[in-house]
Design a protein around this ligand. Structure first.
Ligand code: NAP
Length: 250
C-alpha cells in the first residue's frame, strides 16, 4: 500500500488531502501539533476508509519537529503534502520579528528539508509525488506571507525541472480563499471578501489531484482564480500592492 505524509493534516486543506488520499488507498502519516486532534483524525480516517494511519506530532517551527519528520520521510513515502501554514494579521512592520521567522521556518525551511528528505527514496523507486501548498498570494504582494508562498512556487518549479523525471511529480498548489480555520486563527477580518470568491477545501484538493495527474508543476484551482492571477500579471504592480494591502486587515 502506498504511503502519504501530510503536514497540517488535522484541519482545512490538509484534512481534505487526508480524506482524498485515504479514499485513494494510501496509508497515511498525519503531522501537526495538537496530539488530541491528530488521534481523533486518525481514528475517523481508519474507521471510514480502512487504511493504516500513523500520527507524528511535531511543531514545524522547531528544529526538533523538523528533524523528526525528516527521519520519517527518509524511511520512504510515496506522496508528501507540505501543507502546514498560517497567516499573520496586520501590516508587515507591525508583526514581531520572531513571528515572521516562525513563518519562514514552517512555510519554507520545512518544505525545503522535507522535499530533500523524501526525494532520494522516490528517485530510487522511480516514482513519487510532492505537493507543496502555496497560495494565489504568491503572485501578489502581502508581506512575508506572500513572499514565502512565492518561494514555494519557485522552489517547486525549480525542483521539478532539476529532478526531470515525469514519474516524480512536484507541484505547487495555489488556492485562493478557502473556508478553513486559517483566517480565524490569524485574526483576519475577511467579512469583506465576497461569497463567490470562497472555495471548499475538498474541491481544491480534487482539482489539485487532477492537475498532479496531468503533470502540472503549478496548480491554481478554480477558473475564477486562474483569471485573477492572469489579470494580476497584466495590471501595474503599484495597483496590485494597493489591492493586496486592503485584504484581510484586522
Ligand atoms: N485557507 C485559505 O484561504 C488558504 C489559501 C491559500 C493557501 N492556504 C495555505 O493552505 C495551507 C493550509 O491552510 P488551511 O487554510 O487549511 O489552514 P488551517 O485550517 O488553519 O489548518 C492549518 C493546519 O496546519 C497545522 N499547523 C499550523 N502550524 C503548524 C506548525 N507550526 N507545525 C505543525 N503543524 C502546524 C494545524 O494544526 P496544529 O495547529 O495542530 O499544528 C492545521 O492542521 C497553508 O499553507 C496556507 O497558507 C490557505
Amino acid at each position: 500500500m502506498p504511503t502519504a505524509l501530510i503536514t497540517g493534516a488535522t484541519a482545512g486543506i490538509g484534512a481534505a488531502f487526508a480524506r482524498r488520499l485515504a479514499a485513494d488507498g494510501f496509508s497515511l502519516v498525519l503531522v501537526s501539533r495538537d496530539e488530541t486532534r491528530l488521534a481523533e483524525a486518525a481514528e475517523r480516517l481508519k474507521q471510514k476508509y480502512g487504511v493504516a494511519v500513523d500520527v507524528l506530532p511535531a511543531d514545524l517551527a522547531t528544529d526538533d519537529g523538523l528533524e523528526r519528520v525528516e527521519a520519517r520521510l527518509r524511511e520512504g513515502v510515496d506522496c508528501l503534502v507540505n501543507n502546514a501554514g498560517f497567516g499573520h494579521p496586520g501590516h508587515f512592520l507591525e508583526v514581531p520579528l520572531e513571528d515572521e521567522v516562525r513563518m519562514l521556518k514552517v512555510h519554507c525551511e520545512a518544505v525545503l528539508r522535507f522535499t530533500l528528505a523524501a526525494l532520494p527514496g522516490m528517485r530510487a523507486r522511480g516514482r513519487g509525488a510532492v505537493i507543496n501548498v502555496a497560495s494565489v498570494a504568491a503572485f501578489f504582494t502581502r508581506g512575508t506571507y506572500s513572499a514565502s508562498k512565492a518561494w514555494v512556487v519557485n522552489f517547486s518549479e525549480s525542483t521539478a525541472a532539476e529532478v526531470g523525471d515525469p514519474k516524480i511529480r512536484i507541484m505547487a498548489l495555489c488556492p485562493g480563499f478557502v473556508r478553513t480555520e486559517f483566517h480565524q486563527r490569524a485574526s483576519m477580518d475577511v467579512s469583506g471578501i465576497p461569497g463567490f470568491l470562497w472555495l471548499q477545501a475538498d474541491a481544491v484538493v480534487n482539482e489539485a489531484m487532477r492537475d498532479l495527474a496531468l503533470g502540472r508543476t503549478v496548480s491554481i484551482p478554480d477558473p475564477r482564480y486562474k483569471a485573477i492571477v492572469a489579470v494580476g500579471r497584466l495590471i501595474p504592480r503599484g495597483l496590485t500592492h494597493r489591492i493586496s494591502a486592503m485584504i484581510g486587515r484586522k
